[in-house]
Design a protein around this ligand. Structure first.
Ligand code: XIL
Length: 445
């Protein structure tokens, strides 16, 4: 064992405390189940540790209280499902089970994962995710049925203009059909708009478009509706959150696309806004809110499908990162969750220990100082970050509480004289004894 694999005395003390709390497994005391030793200053403050975050204090419970779904992308291979049905001491498993009311496979339900060859399917990881979700009473989103990325290597050799329609149909029949009735929503088409490709309709020049023309989108939705009529069929896209010229234009094309689908009777039920946000630079605002309302006008639900906050361009240590990330969660969720057609929010991972932003070597993910990113509600030690509390507060304040006397009931105007005064629910009754110091009697309507 190299020197750097050992924990410092201070880290050992802290890890021992976390093992006692059930947060870490005993192997962590040996420093063996941590991929990388963390500097002590990345550990959470004692104040954060002292605040509750499980059971009734979890994201899942707080979301349920306001009728929203909260969840995360998960990696089935990392989930520990003891065969005896007992609970696991693995911290990743505990967070996914305890914090999420809805799961999505980060990669396991994409073509590249499901289709090792043109004639074979690998459903094992996806099946495990569904089994896990069933054990913990969670919903599952399907991601995704038609995308230009993460196609298997054989696809380019096998797919032709003649067989592409049946390839798409068979894939959707097999995959959406297998899980029919168990999927909350399917990302049927992912990332189909890309304005730099220069088409008037804004569509991406993807393999699917080249093989089948722009009608592939409609086809995919029709196949999905036949395979799983219960799932809410969703169009999912990224870089549509900001009011910058590029993102405003892309959001406009996405709106046009889903309006066209809606007008043609295509069974689309929702739009997924990926929500891969940046800690620095412009933030989402009025344009996004209007977009969500425009979607409501054609009866579409909205899911925030892949939320995380990238700090690759933000200088500063872990505290600076945490504060900036939490501020983005607060502003963003405060802006969008109050819109009634926004029904679900999923983060792209649950803990900084497993996030694509720490796995990618791309310039948009790597920090110049080499530090790890901290984009998610739980940190590398599976303890809640400031973003966790920002998210939970935003859930709490996202919906108006239901008033005891139902202020949503429509007041009844007297028939015959539209100008005559009439009682409005919740207002004091004129002339009643309640107009003095005693509380007014609720009007009888
Ligand atoms: C990402 C995964 O997180 C990575 O592990 C994988 O290497 C690439 O794909 N938009 C999407 C997701 O719709 O499927 C992507 O997931 C992130 C961007």
């Amino acid at each position: 064992m190299r020197r750097s694999d050992w924990l410092t005395r201070r880290e050992f003390g802290r890890a021992a405390a976390l093992v006692g709390m059930g947060v870490l497994g005993p192997l962590s005391l040996l420093g063996r189940d941590r991929k990388k030793k963390l500097p002590p200053d990345t550990l959470p403050s004692p104040q954060v540790e002292a605040r509750g975050f499980v059971g009734p204090d979890s994201l899942r419970s707080h979301a349920q209280a306001v009728g929203l779904f909260v969840g995360c992308a998960a990696v089935p291979e990392l989930l520990d499902m003891p065969l005896d049905g007992g609970s696991s001491s693995d911290p990743y498993t505990q967070r996914v089970a305890g914090q999420a009311g809805i799961l999505v496979a980060e990669n396991s339900m994409k073509w590249s994962a499901l289709r090792p060859s043109p004639s074979t399917y690998n459903f094992a990881p996806a099946d495990k995710l569904f089994a896990f979700a069933a054990r913990y009473g969670q919903l599952v989103r399907g991601h995704n049925l038609c995308w230009h990325e993460q196609l298997p290597a054989w696809f380019a050799q096998v797919a032709t203009q003649d067989n592409a329609r049946s390839l798409l149909e068979q894939h959707i029949q097999s995959v959406a059909g297998r899980y029919a009735g168990r999927v909350h929503s399917w990302d049927v088409v992912n990332e189909a708009v890309h304005i730099p490709d220069g088409r008037a309709d804004g569509l991406r020049n993807s393999p699917w478009l080249q093989l089948l023309g722009p009608g592939y989108i409609e086809m995919a939705f029709q196949f999905a509706a036949l395979a799983d009529p219960a799932a809410k069929l969703t169009y999912n896209d990224y870089d549509i959150e900001l009011d910058t010229p590029e993102q405003t234009a892309k959001r406009g094309q996405v709106l046009m696309l889903v309006r066209r689908l809606h007008a043609r009777g295509v069974p689309i039920r929702a739009v997924g806004i990926q929500s891969h946000l940046q800690a620095s630079g412009p933030q989402p605002g009025a344009g996004l809110k209007q977009f969500i309302r425009d979607l409501a006008a054609i009866d579409l639900e909205v899911y925030l499908t892949e939320l995380d906050v990238n700090t690759h361009a933000l200088p500063g240590g872990p505290d600076v990162q945490d504060a900036a990330v939490a501020a983005v969660y607060k502003n963003y969720l405060g802006l969008v969750l109050p819109e009634p057609n926004v029904k679900a929010v999923l983060t792209w991972g649950i803990s900084d220990a497993h996030t694509w932003l720490n796995q990618s070597r791309q310039s948009w993910a790597v920090r110049p100082d080499g530090a790890r990113q901290r984009p998610l509600p739980f940190d590398d030690m599976y303890l809640p970050t400031a973003a966790f509390f920002a998210m939970r507060d935003a859930l709490d304040f996202s919906r108006m509480p239901i008033m005891p006397n139902d202020i949503t009931a429509q007041p009844q105007a007297p028939v015959g004289d539209p100008y005559a005064p009439f009682a409005v629910p919740g207002s004091p009754v004129p002339g009643s004894p309640g107009t003095g110091n005693t509380p007014p009697t609720p009007p009888q309507l």
